[in-house]
Design a binder for this molecule. Sequence first.
Ligand SMILES: Cc1cc2nc3c(=O)[nH]c(=O)nc-3n(C[C@H](O)[C@H](O)[C@H](O)COP(=O)(O)O)c2cc1C
Length: 358
Amino acid sequence: MTTNDLFTPIEIGPYTFSNRIFMAPMTRCRAPENIPTSLMATYYEQRGTAGLIITEGSQVSPQGVGYPATPGIHSEAQVEGWKVVTNAVHEKGGHIFLQLWHTGRVSHPDHHGGEPPVAPSAIAPKGEAATYEGMKPFVTPRALEPDEIPGVVEQYRQAAENAKEAGFDGVEIHGANGYLPDQFLRDVSNKRTDAYGGSVENRARFHLEITEAVTAVWGGGKVGMRLSPSGAFNDMSDSDPVTTFTYLAGELNRFDLAYLHIVNALERDIRHGSTVVPPFRLREAYKGVLLINGGYDKTSGNEVIAGGMADAVSFGQLYIANPDLVKRLETDAPLNTPDPSTFYGGGEKGYTDYPFQE
Ligand SMILES: Cc1cc2nc3c(=O)[nH]c(=O)nc-3n(C[C@H](O)[C@H](O)[C@H](O)COP(=O)(O)O)c2cc1C
């Protein structure tokens, strides 16, 4: 019997990806006016040897914006901008999924003409929002009215249509990291008393409705879902995360998705006292392709695949600094070190100027 590792091709939906070294979604704040640029096309094209690129979060609507200079997928100009990106990646022989994003309560009135951001419940997270004038304390969001929620689901459906027009190979729903769907899912941020709050079935409803809407556009095999069961980022927690996340993972089986993408407990989550959901609990609950993320390197990535705990691994920071990560891992070449001061915002420096292996 042969053992799979990071370099074994993998079939997902209609695609065969040439390796399991996927690029994790990463916001880089280099899209002025929220429109993707040709510099972004260069950045993604440089990383085109990844088995699959998952783009940075891309807002499904103006209401979904929560950070400066992040790209959207709700206007014609944005679709045109993304076309340049998808063409560049395809020319390199790569595959690219767009991450669909709505930041919900972790936005700021500065991004919404002075109006508060929206959320399942009017509960302000602890922490600060990123604005064009720097960091500002989070405000209390406005709870979405029950009759507004179908409109937000429609924003996801339309964004999925737009992503198709922009030439993507699929989309990933950003259901993780304390953004709008995660705010519905976890009981720290959802105190609703209607069909979207209370029981785990109700709190998972928003995830499942947007999954329904997006898979209606793309078919299940071209749609991924990202979840962070152990994540404390954006002031998140849940009173019973194992039950919450295994329930949702089980319900997702019926969509025959491209993959479920799990973010492991990161160092900062553990520091914030998060309850760790062991990845094997999701592996048991979810029957399809499992993509895992969070602090992996070549050795631990090969181990998690060989051990059957995941089918592929996504790498974040290593891809920031190593456009040719696949080749470097293959040849055990030294890795460039990422520079956190250039993660968010700026131009080519720390973005498209990391050297390729000689
Ligand atoms: C600069 C930066 C931006 C990020 N932006 C996103 C994002 O837009 N969407 C998302 O789901 N995760 C985002 N993440 C989280 C990463 O996808 C990943 O979960 C994290 O970096 C841990 O993986 P790693 O240890 O391989 O870097 C971001 C991480 C970094 C470092």
